[in-house]
Design a protein around this ligand. Structure first.
Ligand code: ADP
Ligand code: GN1
Ligand code: MG
Length: 364
């Protein structure tokens, strides 16, 4: 075994419901019964594993140091831990060219594709807010940009229309309604990106993939434990983290629901998540950041739909899929969620305003 793990390999099973890497839970026989997460790294999505692992290493060491100073904390369960190779490298390349990396398995956790309750949503929000707060003093040099233009809505739209022109899988004729939906809204959905370019909202260290199942909860207490999937932690705007969390947590249906009547924004989950999130981060945010928080879920959900639609048109090269129509089904569900958010936008803005007035901690 090239990785520095304890015990001897017992067995491995495919694990989790991520869309990017091939993830396995590895059990060992040994002195302490530790388990490990092995991942066959997706080098089509992330072109430079060195940058990804360097970022994760810096971020997890920083978090671990901060957590160690908090009485009662358990850094082995509250942040990811990279298990290096025996020669110290943070990943290995197998003889077949596949790249592999290993993390300590976080025991006694639960994760949820659907949030289930306002209490859990509030906990999730708190966890993401705290993550951003704990990383606010990471310092120089800036983290690597592991996927360039990841949340850049202008680029995402350009890529969609490039793929439409190429029509390499002959699928454009199947998505004309979805393309009209995108065209009608495209102009509005670059607002947050433009605020960033104008310097009205700052660049901070953000997670950038705050899908609800990337938060692990303690099996016993139900409290949020750890935020995982740190591949895209890099400079970004808080809106993308808030927006992606609401996209996944406050949806009454699932990300790929075939029953679009189920796909609706759940305002009680929205309120609970926002309450938890702002309790940790409000004091860091400027007025423009706060003003555009309610708009963030619309942008992120719209762009997620654009990304699924692009992959469908491009012949399913990016996301793992379970059947031929999966990316289209996902795009349709995202666009339905956008419509629901549009309908309830004033209520979402009202809820953010109320929580801001009632949350302690001044905005800067
Ligand atoms: P992807 O980018 O494919 O989503 P993730 O890094 O999120 O990959 O891992 C996929 C799944 O594996 C997670 O959703 C989670 O269920 C599980 N997982 C990943 N890392 C750990 C860990 N250190 N401890 C426990 N479970 C983990
Ligand atoms: C991917 O890795 P995972 O499954 O948590 C994707 C996110 C998307 C999400 C949609 C690196 O997240 O950006 O929002 O699927 N990750 C990457 O479910 O593209
Ligand atoms: Mg994941």
């Amino acid at each position: 075994m090239e990785f520095d793990i304890r015990g001897t390999f017992l067995h491995g099973t495919p694990f989790g419901s991520g869309h990017i890497h091939d993830t396995y839970l590895i059990e060992t026989t040994g002195t302490d019964g530790r388990k490990y997460i092995f991942q066959r790294f997706n080098s089509n999505v992330f072109k430079d594993i060195q940058k990804v692992q360097d970022n994760i290493s810096r971020v997890t060491v920083h978090l671990r140091n901060k957590l160690a100073a908090i009485p009662g904390s358990d850094p082995d369960r509250e942040t990811l831990t990279i298990i290096p190779a025996r020669d110290g490298r943070l990943w290995i390349t197998g003889t077949d060219g596949n790249q592999w990396r290993v993390f300590l398995y976080i025991p006694r956790h639960k994760s949820y594709d659907l949030v289930g309750s306002p209490e859990r949503a509030c906990e999730g929000g708190r966890m993401v807010g705290r993550f951003q707060a704990l990383l606010s003093d990471l310092g120089d040099p800036p983290l690597h940009e592991t996927i360039p233009f990841f949340h850049n809505s202008v680029k995402r739209l350009e890529t969609l229309f490039e793929k439409v022109r190429e029509d390499s899988a002959g699928r454009v004729k199947m998505v004309l309604n979805e393309l009209s939906f995108v065209e009608e809204r495209a102009g509005n959905m670059t607002k947050i990106h433009n605020l960033g370019r104008e310097g009205k909202i700052p660049v901070r260290i953000t997670h950038n993939d705050t899908k609800f199942n990337n938060i692990l909860f303690d099996e016993e207490t139900g409290k949020a434990l750890c935020i995982i999937d740190l591949d895209t932690v890099m400079p970004g705007h808080v809106h993308y983290d808030f927006g992606d969390a609401i996209r996944t947590a406050a949806n009454r249906g699932s990300e790929d629901d075939t029953d679009l009547s189920k796909v609706e924004i759940d305002l009680s989950i929205f309120r609970a998540y926002t309450t938890g999130y702002l309790s940790e981060i409000k004091r860091y945010l400027n007025e423009t950041e706060i003003e555009y928080l309610p708009f963030a879920p619309l942008v992120v959900t719209f762009i997620q739909g654009v990304r699924f639609l692009t992959d469908f048109i491009d012949g399913d090269k990016y996301y793992k899929i379970h059947h031929d129509m999966h990316n289209l089904q996902r795009a349709r569900a995202q666009f339905k969620l956008v419509q629901s958010m549009e309908k309830h936008y004033e209520e979402m803005a009202g809820i953010v305003g109320e929580i801001i007035r009632h949350t302690k901690g001044k905005s800067e």
